[in-house]
Write a protein that binds this ligand. Structure first.
Ligand code: URP
Ligand code: ZN
Ligand code: ZN
Length: 488
């Protein structure tokens, strides 16, 4: 009898909490059975000697998005989602970015038109809010949260995106009222602008001065400020792309005080340093992102943050720009550092890098790997219980992982449209082999098996699940009793 559309047999299933050998039965896009031995399916995948993980959820990536400088990302929803899938992901949550003067409804429609015909895996959108006015706060944002856009990013830097502290409070108040979560790009804009002007005025224009201008103090000050504003309103925030040990310590301290502060770090802060930007000519532009890669000490602090639970997520912050006039060098062949397109690619290597350097080198467990790459993203951003785990009733979003495959990273292996990878030449152990999204085999034997447009938009429900870092106990005094939460 044929009970299933697909059976994955003989593999070792790994979730955020358990590791066990079992078969998985899939019917109508969902996991319908997990048992020692299953039979009766249209298709069977043999996962002997393989790990079977929940598909990755890439919750910080910039796909087919114009940057604050107005530069279009190199990856559209076709190449971006294909690259994500080849990297073991089954869901992406890119941004629908508002530019000042645009209505949020209009922005959301633009991004649906971009993603709908092209994405090969499931997707949701975080909003980017750059224009805070009565209509946005009073009507559009609350209505969009109810419609399933339950997370948004705000910036404390970048001239075309940054919000004042007052505007940040106004956005946080709407988030609190409607059960949404606010992501914060925490860098002090005045510090960066002041340093940049001094550097440029004295002729220091090379890419390496990007890292000097984005001083670590700018990040720790803004992280602390964002935490205090969130504390004032007793509402959670998610601090994205953390790069310094000081910022990580500030976040951990706040978590210890019982505040609902989430955070992430990214591959560029584990595997790159500011020395990568400091190379002759313009090549360093390939490594310019904000915050910039820091130093070896910070890399170690980022690992500690992943290990001890300060960071709930490991995201790529894939911000793809080609090394040509369409991207990094849009302002000419030798631009001063402020005119270099900001961001590095990483959507396809996020999971392999973490598996190889984290799991294979004994820094994190298999379960922690799943937590950081999938389960916690589902919890924080309202995608669970359907996404982020392997259990009966979940969407059949699965990556079958070959833990023994050894790969030397080369851009030729990747499927994005960037033309280079910052991780060229790195040796990696462990690689995604087969990717199943809602029961559809998306990638098998290195081949793409589905058509553009076959991914689905995921409408999320307001609310998030707070994940208290291990080793931090709830404070004796409820932190909100001392603060002004009652004012809204
Ligand atoms: O440099 C970066 N990270 N660019 C992408 C935009 C952002 O701030 O995440
Ligand atoms: Zn950012
Ligand atoms: Zn980003």
């Amino acid at each position: 009898m044929i009970d299933f559309d697909l059976i994955i047999t003989g593999g070792t299933i790994v979730t955020a909490t358990d590791t066990f050998k079992a078969d998985i039965g899939i019917k109508n896009s969902q996991i319908t059975s997990i048992a020692d031995r299953l039979e009766g399916a249209q298709h069977i995948i043999n996962a002997q000697d393989r790990y079977v993980f929940p598909g990755g959820i890439e919750a910080h990536c910039h796909i087919e998005q114009e940057s604050g400088m107005g530069i279009m990302a190199a990856d559209d929803y076709r190449s971006g989602s294909i690259s994500a899938a080849f990297g073991g992901n089954t869901t992406i949550v890119p941004f629908a970015a508002q530019h000042r003067g645009q209505s949020l409804r209009e922005v959301v429609q633009i991004y649906h038109d971009r993603a709908g015909p092209k994405s090969i895996i499931d997707y949701a959108f975080h909003l980017i809010i750059s224009d805070v006015n009565d209509k946005i706060l009073g009507q559009e944002l609350p209505a969009l949260i109810k419609d399933g856009y339950t997370s948004f990013k705000i910036f404390l830097t970048y001239p075309m995106l940054k919000l004042s502290d007052g505007d940040m409070l106004s956005v946080l108040a709407v988030a609190r009222e409607n059960g949404a979560i606010t992501m914060v790009h925490a860098e002090n804009d005045d510090v960066i602008s002041w340093l940049s002007k001094r550097l440029l005025d004295s002729g220091n224009i090379a890419p390496k001065f990007h890292a000097v201008s984005h001083a670590r103090i700018a990040e720790s000050e803004a992280s602390n400020r964002a935490i205090q504003l969130a504390r004032l309103l007793d509402t959670p925030i998610f601090i994205v792309h953390v790069s310094t040990s000081e910022a990580a310590s500030i976040i951990r301290k706040a978590q210890g005080d019982g505040l609902k502060i989430f955070a992430e770090t990214c591959p560029q802060y584990l595997f790159l340093t500011s020395d990568d930007i400091d190379i002759e000519g313009m090549e360093g532009a390939k490594f310019c992102c904000s915050p910039p890669p820091r130093d070896k000490f910070d890399q170690e602090a980022m690992w500690q943050g992943l290990i001890n639970g300060t960071f709930q997520l490991f995201s790529s912050d894939h911000a793809p720009y080609r090394f040509d006039e369409t991207g990094k060098l849009h302002a000419g062949p030798n631009p001063q550092f402020k005119k270099i397109a900001n961001g590095v690619p990483g959507i396809e290597l996020r999971m392999p890098l973490l598996f190889s350097e984290g799991v294979c080198k004994g820094r994190i467990s298999l379960n922690k790997f799943v937590e950081l790459t999938s389960t916690n993203a589902a919890k924080v951003y309202g995608l669970s219980p359907k996404k982020g785990s392997i259990a009966v009733g979940c969407d059949a979003d699965i990556v079958i992982w070959d833990p023994k495959r050894e790969v030397t990273v080369s851009y030729d292996l990747l499927h994005d449209n960037v033309g280079y990878t910052p991780y060229e030449g790195m040796s990696i152990k462990g690689w995604p082999e087969t990717v199943v999204s809602r029961g559809r085999i998306v990638i098998a034997k290195g081949q793409l098996k589905v058509k553009p447009g076959s991914g689905k938009f995921i409408q999320r429900s307001p609310g998030y699940e707070f994940i208290r870092p291990a080793g931090i106990s709830p404070p004796e005094i409820d932190p909100k009793t001392n603060f002004g939460a009652k004012i809204i």
